[in-house]
Design a protein. Structure first.
Length: 238
């Protein structure tokens, strides 16, 4: 069984509630196997990097090479403010094919909180024009063959995930492999953006889940909203 987006399962009665759980599909089972394989390769790849040089897996550093992780064409470090070099003393973890165009490393050190992860080690590039702030324990990542693009002045809350994948419901000619977010984007704490298209000046509230959805410019999404393939699926229950 799978727990449906935003649902809280706490007791035996919840296990028979069709609004909370649904049967696993063959597509989801195949996805789980692929995720396991990729993360197994990550474990091998990052361990190998560590034994070559422990600094390579700290701060702004390298992703695994294609000798270990077949999703990567080679081991690289991010490009921050036009500069591509490792910074092992940086407090958060940035790696691989990540590009942050307008912020410098010094600026990111001020506007990022702790335990932020931005990983261009599978799908790539993860490309951001600029951030205003990123709160603690937020993650940017993308599935193999997909990418993430974010405009200027993004503000990301705590415990958020922005994740690329293949959009199941692209509209208006949008490339389904690009999770695209416009300028002046605000993402509330504990919210997830997955394989979606988001216009300029959009605010997504706290504890929201947005999947395969287009949010036009100027949209304000209330707290705890679940949107899947452009359909409001109710509210987050936890």
């Amino acid at each position: 069984m799978q727990v449906l987006p935003g649902q809280l399962v706490q007791n035996q009665a919840d296990l028979s509630d069709p609004t909370k759980l649904a049967p696993l599909t063959s597509a989801l089972e195949a996805f789980e196997v692929a995720v396991f394989d990729v993360n197994h390769n990550f474990a091998l790849g990052y361990t190998s990097l560590y034994y070559i040089s422990s600094n390579s897996v700290r701060g702004i550093g390298f992703d695994p090479s294609d000798t270990i992780d077949p999703t990567n064409p080679g081991s690289v470090v991010p490009i921050i403010g036009g500069v591509q070099k490792p910074v092992p003393g940086f407090k958060d973890r940035l790696d691989g094919r990540l590009i942050i165009a307008k912020n410098t490393v010094a600026q990111l050190n001020r506007i990022f909180s702790n335990s932020v992860a931005m990983r261009g080690d599978e799908g790539y590039p993860i490309s951001i024009v600029s951030f205003l702030s990123v709160a603690s324990q937020s993650t940017f990542h993308s599935l193999d063959g997909t990418s993430v693009s974010v405009g200027e002045l993004a503000k990301i809350g705590a415990h958020c995930v922005v994740h690329g994948g293949v959009n199941k419901a692209p509209t208006n000619g949008v490339d389904p492999t690009v999770t695209q977010i416009g300028n002046n984007f605000t993402l509330g704490d504990y919210s997830v953006i997955y394989r979606s298209y988001i216009g300029d000046n959009v605010t997504v509230g706290q504890k929201c889940y947005i999947d395969s959805t287009t949010l036009p410019s100027g949209t304000v999404v209330p707290d705890r909203t679940i949107m899947v393939e452009g359909v409001n699926k109710g509210t987050i229950t936890w």
